[in-house]
Design a protein. Structure first.
Length: 436
């Protein structure tokens, strides 16, 4: 895993084509990675092919680096390998230049605790590195100069090594996902509905999971979630949740497992999202998705995030999506009403809650119950045998029993997921055959 650059001094630089650059998110990302942001530089102009910024602005960045004794420049855009080199050439020796996506990969590397998360981080890093290795190879072949442009000594096998490693990681992640999918199917067969929390970082997903959870904690693998005996971790920092954390939810009629997943973040390239699709499978394969947004943000920011989230989710997701407007305790009722109206085209009948105070969380539980797949009603007549009571007990554990009558036969009426109804019929059939 990536080491945390604790306290390393950083200059943040951002460029936009029009308007004013907002450095809030890149500053939060830098702090999440362990950097201390000491200077900020912004520019509004078209991209310069050689420096990304204008050359004069790069001189300004270099002056700020010297003045603040910074050791890293963090650029809130994607840099090409040559732009990275050219900017670095203007800076004092040993000052690193990293772009937005290299920074995100650093954070992911620090937070990756499970084998799946570590593989996904490595896959993303290799996909980031591949075009840079191809650029080195292309220039070295053209100019016949190892280390051309300061890009590092050319190794013609590097591209092949990266591609081979990517292939091996994909294979291993596919095996892990097959295991995860079998576990999800076993959970459904045991009567559980699967609900996934999705949304951007700092929207309050982890805190909402804690509100929905029962005292009984359930996880896909308890050994890899040390917080399983208390509550899901909830902090005001980005990417607290890189892997998935699952809890059994507190709903009256249903057995529900709620999974908190990695938070979305603005402007992620396709290759980075694709690297983490194994984690997002917890969302894609859920029975219901709760899309959590921070209602205290400006309405245009919320709208943009909803559009991006829908594009990501609807690509592969078939489950219903319920928008949850969280943090209503931080805004007035009038502001909530105004934003609901402004977002009505993207969020039909959203649920407004406060995960912090618990306001309206009961209404969210009721909405979850309504949106999940309908239960089927079943009436079984079972022979009175030595094995019958164990089947009745199993039905009580996995269904909602409406009535049971004991006599020469046992008549039980209940509601359950279709998979549980099918299993109960199979068990009843085995009892009949055994008693014949």
């Amino acid at each position: 895993m990536t080491d945390t650059p604790t306290g390393e001094r950083a200059v943040v630089a951002a460029r936009v084509e029009a308007g004013t650059a907002d450095t809030a998110e890149i500053t939060d990302l830098a702090r999440a990675a362990g950097y201390r942001v000491v200077e900020e530089v912004t520019q509004t102009r078209t991209e310069d092919p050689a420096y990304h910024f204008g050359e004069g602005k790069v001189e300004t960045i270099a002056e700020r680096v010297r003045r603040s004794d910074a050791t890293v420049v963090i650029v809130d855009n994607e840099l090409g390998p040559y732009q990275t080199y050219n900017i670095g050439n203007k800076l004092p020796a040993d000052v690193r230049v990293i772009d937005r996506f290299r920074l995100i990969l650093e954070i992911f590397g620090q937070r990756a605790q499970t084998r799946k998360a570590q593989l996904q981080v490595e896959l993303a890093e290799l996909r980031y590195e591949l075009p840079r290795a191809e650029a080195k190879a292309s220039l070295a072949k053209r100019d016949e100069r190892p280390g051309f442009m300061g890009l590092g000594e050319y190794d013609e096998s590097r591209e092949d090594d990266i591609k081979a490693r990517i292939s091996r990681i994909r294979d291993e992640l596919e095996q892990i996902e097959q295991t995860d999918q079998k576990r999800r199917e076993q959970q459904r067969e045991s009567g559980f509905d699967l609900v996934a929390l999705a949304g951007y970082t700092n929207a309050g997903k982890s805190k909402l999971l804690r509100r929905l959870a029962e005292d009984l904690d359930v996880d896909e693998n308890e050994d890899i979630h040390p917080d399983i005996d208390t509550t899901a971790e909830s902090e005001n920092r980005l990417f607290t949740t890189l892997g998935t954390t699952t809890r059994r939810a507190d709903l009256d009629r249903r057995d529900v497992l709620v999974t908190d997943t990695v938070g979305f973040i603005s402007d992620l390239p396709h290759w980075l999202v694709e690297s983490f699709k194994s984690t997002l499978d917890a969302v894609y394969r859920a029975d219901l998705v709760l899309l959590v947004v921070d209602v205290s943000e400006p309405v245009e920011d919320i709208r943009e995030k909803l559009v991006t989230s829908h594009d990501t989710l609807y690509e592969r997701n078939e489950a219903p999506i319920v928008t949850v407007l969280n943090k209503c305790d931080t805004v007035s009722d009038e502001e909530v009403r105004r934003k609901r109206e402004a977002l009505s085209a993207l969020a039909t009948n959203p649920v407004v809650v406060s995960a912090k105070t618990g306001e309206n969380v009961d209404a969210l539980r009721e909405r979850i119950d309504r949106e999940l797949p309908d239960f089927e009603r079943e009436r079984l007549v079972l022979p009175m045998t030595d094995e019958t009571m164990s089947v009745v007990s199993w039905i009580y554990d996995n269904a909602v029993v409406d009535d049971v009558e004991y006599g020469e036969q046992v008549v039980i009426e209940f509601e359950a997921r279709p998979a549980v109804v099918e299993q109960s019929r199979s068990k009843a059939g085995q009892l009949v055959e055994a008693s014949a």
